[in-house]
Design a protein around this ligand. Structure first.
Ligand code: ASP
Length: 347
């Protein structure tokens, strides 16, 4: 067959088009780098800016940075979101600045009862412990409940007995969690309670008795999300009181699209299923993560009479960190690698 002869001008134009096309579409395009993201909190609370001295401020930021580094290292080497949130929360539990693990608040009896939970989104596996007293890192025990028991939550003596069967779970005497700062907070709360009565002291205009619950939410290279939360609860809480932090759907939630860790006045977080509500708005209404988190934290919780904050992350790596409590210790590493830590608004 004879090919038609093309005029030279047309031949030149065809050659240029072919060259352009191959420049725009290489034969083997490099796959887009998978996104990872990490967001952490060290608790919401009413901590006025001038109430934190320079040395304390540096210590808070340094602890948040260490937690970010620990979680990020896991994500960078292709590890799971579950391992990343565990690593970040363990660092925050060990830092005495925060109300979780070492540095946990005292209950009304002058002891520490710790709550924690963890959830993996794509499998909907979850584990939690409530009211544990000798577990150095309650988040590790929550994860052990998830991975090595048929249950989601174990409480009190039963959780301690389960820990006896797990040699990897480090035990400490209850006094390990003591710090002077938390003892002073207990004494102050008990003075106020003696003056006003329990209900009024809690509901009164004074700063609420929580500061420093910790949490983390991560997105890994596989597109999976996990969330974790750990706390000593609220200062001067009654013996046996369990807050939102170990309650899946209240203080912690993760699904295929979204993960949340909350911090605040736990009773209101339980009554409003805060962590789940944020992700449900994303799943069912198609709300943006930011809109969903803002609506729940800044409208629904305060309208009910509560306060606090939350960190949230979605499968695109978007991050939201709303709070209505004046301050929230927080840190983040976005998919583009940008990172930061902050305490007050506008930082
Ligand atoms: N939500 C926790 C609780 O009520 C306290 C906190 O977030 O600081 O136990």
């Amino acid at each position: 067959m004879r090919l038609p002869t093309l005029p030279p001008v047309l031949l030149l134009a065809l050659a240029a088009m072919t060259a352009n096309a191959s420049a725009a579409e290489p034969a083997n395009p490099a796959p887009a780098k998978p996104k990872t993201a990490l967001v952490i909190h060290g608790g919401a609370g009413f901590v006025p800016k001038d109430a934190i001295g320079e040395a304390d401020r540096r210590a808070y930021h340094a602890a948040l940075e260490r937690a970010l580094d620990a979680g990020h290292a896991v994500l960078q080497r292709g590890g799971s979101a579950l391992d990343a949130v565990t690593a970040a929360v363990v660092v925050l539990e060990d830092a005495p600045q925060f109300n979780a693990g070492k540095g946990a608040v005292f209950n009304a009896q002058g002891r520490h009862e710790l709550d924690a939970s963890i959830m993996e989104g794509h499998t909907r596996r979850a584990g939690a412990v409530a009211g544990v007293t000798t577990i150095k890192n309650p988040i590790r025990l929550a994860r052990a409940v998830m991975e090595h028991s048929p249950h989601v939550m174990l409480a009190g003596a039963g959780a301690e007995a389960f820990a006896d069967t797990r040699p990897e779970i480090e035990r400490v005497p209850n006094a390990y969690f003591d710090t002077d700062k938390r003892r002073q907070q207990l004494e102050k709360a008990q003075r106020e309670e003696a003056a006003k009565g329990e209900r009024e002291a809690r509901a009164g205009g004074d700063a609420p008795a929580y500061f420093g619950t910790v949490g983390a939410v991560a997105l890994d290279v596989h597109g999976h999300i996990a969330a974790a939360t750990s706390t000593g609860g609220m200062t001067n809480k009654r013996w046996g009181r369990v807050g939102d932090s170990p309650v899946i759907g209240a203080g912690t939630w993760a699904d295929e699209r979204c993960g949340v860790s909350g911090t605040g006045w736990g009773e209101f977080y339980i009554r409003n299923a805060v962590a789940h509500d944020i992700c449900a708005r994303v799943a069912y209404r198609g709300d943006s993560l930011q809109a969903a988190a803002e609506e729940v934290v800044n409208r629904i919780v305060p309208a009910a009479g509560g306060d606090g904050g939350a960190i949230a992350l979605d499968r695109d790596g978007n991050i939201a960190m709303p709070f209505n409590s004046g301050s929230m210790f927080r840190g983040w590493i976005k998919p583009d690698g940008s990172r930061g830590t902050a305490i007050h608004e506008g930082e």
